[in-house]
Design a protein around this ligand. Structure first.
Ligand SMILES: Nc1ncnc2c1ncn2[C@@H]1O[C@H](COP(=O)(O)OP(=O)(O)OP(=O)(O)O)[C@@H](O)[C@H]1O
Length: 248
């Protein structure tokens, strides 16, 4: 299969921990600009798959390519982040004692330390980017509030905004709606769909209502490999998926 139109290309990837195969001959391909939802039971290998993509875990075997031609197994975590892969972990980690706007300024792409970042005169382009991210993350009205005062859901959006400030080509998002209200969950689906217009996104999530809202292709992992892949209707009608995951 040609890699040229892919943002993420994993083929035959395996990794073992103390003899246990957490990822087992995994093949997963994402087209440029695609958003994909990854589902699967606990221990299926979803987190380990993202660890491999971000360079945190080295695969024992297999190919891992980014943007068609970059062999990720040859790069470390910092290089991979710089090349345009952003990752959002489940728990939000924002700078609580800074304003929403300053959180975003501190995350803007490019080398900067805190003092110059907060006190230098912002360029027109930087101001435009911050305004755009505030609009995308529904935080415009709160730009001067302290991050500490945001709701759990808003902190998740702010952290997604901080990733956007790094201008990644691919965003990996781990269980974004865990702990959110229904209204926040629906808003998060809208927000990610908007983001996916301009970059590729991988979302790991257990909330099937949310996955339905996303309306994208779904991959169900099980025991480190792809168990089923297709539309949510297709995957949720797959008896193997019902047996190991949805029917629990
Ligand atoms: N560093 C490690 N050392 C040993 N075992 C590990 C390590 N990382 C993951 N595992 C094991 O690999 C398997 C896959 O774990 P992983 O966290 O990738 O699953 P997951 O699909 O993300 O599950 P969850 O939905 O619970 O987050 C699990 O059995 C886990 O215990």
């Amino acid at each position: 299969m040609s890699k040229s139109n892919t943002i993420l290309y994993l083929d035959g990837v395996s990794v073992s921990f103390d003899g246990f195969r957490a990822i087992n001959n995994l093949s997963l391909v994402l087209d440029k600009g695609e958003m994909r939802a990854i589902i699967g039971p606990n221990g299926a290998g979803k987190t380990t798959m993202m660890d491999i993509v971000t360079g945190k875990t080295r695969p024992d075997s297999g190919e891992v390519f980014f943007d068609g031609e970059i062999d990720l197994t040859r790069h470390d975590e910092a290089e991979i982040a710089m090349m345009g892969i952003g990752r959002k972990f489940q728990k939000p980690t924002v700078f609580e004692s800074h304003s929403i706007e300053d959180n975003l300024v501190l995350s803007l792409k490019g080398p900067r330390s805190i003092f110059p970042a907060l006190f230098h005169r912002r360029s027109f382009e930087e101001t435009r980017r911050i305004d755009e991210i505030l609009a995308t993350t529904r935080l415009e009205a709160k730009r001067h509030d302290l991050a500490a005062n945001l709701s759990h859901g808003q902190k998740q959006w702010l952290e997604i905004g901080m990733l956007l400030a790094q201008d990644p080509k691919l965003l990996l998002v781990d269980e974004p709606v865990a702990g959110m209200t229904d209204a926040e969950t629906e808003e998060t689906a809208r927000l990610l769909k908007e983001i996916a217009k301009t970059r590729s996104v991988v979302v790991v999530e257990h909330d099937m209502h949310f996955v339905r809202e996303l309306g994208v292709k779904v991959t169900c992992l099980h025991e480190g490999s792809v168990l089923s892949e297709g539309s949510l209707d297709f995957v949720s009608a797959d008896e193997r998926v019902v047996e190991v995951y949805l029917g629990r």
